[in-house]
Design a protein around this ligand. Structure first.
Ligand code: SAM
Length: 329
């Protein structure tokens, strides 16, 4: 039995007595469908400038305390080259919604990075079909854009000046254009219900997501949600485990937000359904300024050394680093 109805998902999310069974089932489904290898994706957080006002996010344009930065295209490309030389087979380019990175500039960055024999994943928010097409034509392989929540009322409250419909339009456009499509949700937003988390999982299945990132919400002190309580690590883990069981062969990252709430968060997640880690390869000067939530977990080492540290950690749970690009199996 590896497919659940909405009611069964709700029951499992509400009842913690089944957690051990649920996590070991997710681990088994992960092993059978995507194997023991862990895909490492080198994450470059290249700009924290953002026009959005997402209520939970430290990069929101109204946060005047944020120290803003934008890495130059040539430095983004040279960071990607270093990561590829260190063995990364995917570069993830993530940023706030920063208009400086026009269709032309982004396309140039992508085509330069593609010369390093790597897959390229973008995570730069909502853009037009035309932009997505230009990025795909330049060689981008994958795109991450979390739906964040499928509860439309909550979506509206959390995202002033944005629309749920446009978020879904982005996901559809990306699929039409032949990207591997990644989405995901936050767990623990204020007023979020267990029922809506179950709908999130069913949404991932309905759109046949190739990648799903689940992150607990972490309250940022310079946002309107500063007094809200953080999301629950175990609940986020359960949403992730159920996503693995329901979608089987997709790629699922052990997210940084999980590691931020629990010092062993990523290793635990890798044993409850996850098969991807996205180490931050951004220059350490910028890493701390990409302050989406406080105490974001990161390693204080250079690109090659941090890869070795991760490899050693993976060995402790019997896992190895994959050598291929890590597309959906
Ligand atoms: N601008 C792009 C977008 O909207 O997809 C990518 C950057 S955005 C900062 C990346 C992700 O950070 C979001 O999808 C959101 O889920 C997550 N995030 C932002 N604030 C967070 C918080 N306070 N706690 C946990 N995750 C958060």
């Amino acid at each position: 039995m590896t497919d659940f109805s909405k009611n069964e998902i709700i029951d499992l999310l509400k009842d913690d007595s089944q957690n051990d069974w649920l996590f070991s089932l997710a681990d088994k489904v992960r092993k059978e469908n995507v194997g023991e290898e862990v895909h490492l994706r080198g994450l470059i957080e290249f700009s924290n400038i953002c026009k959005c006002m997402c209520k939970y996010c430290g990069l929101r344009c109204e946060n005047s305390y944020a120290e803003r930065y934008r890495i130059s295209p040539s430095s983004i490309i040279s960071t990607a080259q270093k990561a590829c030389n260190a063995g990364y087979k995917t570069i993830v380019l993530q940023s706030g919604e920063d208009k400086f990175f026009s269709q032309k500039i982004m396309s140039e960055i992508i085509s330069e990075i593609k010369k390093f024999d790597t897959a390229v994943t973008l995570s730069i928010g909502e853009r037009s079909f035309d932009d997505y097409k230009a990025f795909k034509d330049s060689g981008a392989d994958r795109y991450l854009i979390r739906i964040e929540t499928t509860d439309k009322d909550l979506y509206k409250k959390m995202h002033p000046n944005m629309s749920f419909e446009n978020r879904v339009r982005c996901l559809k456009d990306l699929r039409t254009l032949g990207y591997e499509v990644g989405t995901g949700c936050l767990v623990g937003l204020p007023e979020q219900t267990i029922e809506s988390l179950a709908s999130d999982i069913l949404f991932f299945k309905e759109i046949n997501a190739d990648m799903v990132g689940i992150g607990p919400f972490i309250a940022h002190p310079q946002t309107p949600l500063k007094n809200c309580k953080n999301g629950d690590f175990t609940l986020a883990l359960k949403v992730m485990a159920l996503t693995r069981i329901m979608l089987k062969n997709i790629n699922i990252p052990a997210t940084t937000a999980m590691e931020t709430l629990n010092p062993d968060g990523r290793l635990i997640a890798l044993q409850c359904g996850a098969n991807v880690v996205m180490p931050n390869v951004t220059d350490l000067n910028y890493c701390e300024k990409y302050d989406i939530y406080p105490n974001k977990a990161h390693l204080d080492y250079d690109i090659s050394h941090s890869r070795k540290v991760i490899e050693d950690k993976l060995k402790t749970i019997g896992r190895t680093i994959a050598k291929d690009y890590g597309f959906r199996k």
